[in-house]
Unconditional design. Structure first.
Length: 143
């Protein structure tokens, strides 16, 4: 439940990363709430709930794409029939275990709802890049 609340607190964050656990916890809780509304007979509120959860759902999906080092624009594939399967596959991929251009590796245990500072995330991503090292020159000195 903490992960669900973390996503709701970060509903406006489209720039950092979301772990698999965070994403699937949010999806699972949303699914359970929709089923509960139908069982109780309040199915008409399911549409309203879905509308309210639309932006947080898109935000956590974009952050999940970022976690696999893909652009959030890939989410637009959901609007096509076959693209939803591609998005599902991307959501199932494991997290990258290093910082990327979208920020540091997400901490599954963090529940404070703090988002990453974009400048700090970019700095960390630059630090994670592998620098090319020039080969040492051959030191053949003639004497």
């Amino acid at each position: 439940m903490e992960m669900y609340l973390k996503v709701l607190k970060n509903w406006q964050d489209f720039s950092s990363r979301a772990s698999r656990k965070e994403f699937w916890t949010f999806v699972g809780v949303n699914f359970a709430i929709m089923i509960a509304l139908r069982i109780v007979g309040l199915g008409m509120f399911g549409g309203l709930y879905s509308l309210v959860m639309l932006v947080p759902n898109i935000a956590v999906s974009v952050r999940r794409f970022h976690d696999t080092d893909k652009s959030g624009w890939w989410w637009l594939l959901v609007l096509t029939g076959i693209g939803a399967i591609v998005c599902l596959i991307f959501a199932l991929l494991p997290s990258q275990q290093y910082a990327n251009k979208y920020g540091p590796v997400p901490d599954d245990n963090a529940t404070d709802g703090q988002t990453f500072n974009t400048a700090n995330a970019q700095s960390n991503a630059e630090d994670a890049k592998v620098e090319k090292v020039a080969a040492p020159e051959n030191e053949n000195k003639e004497s």
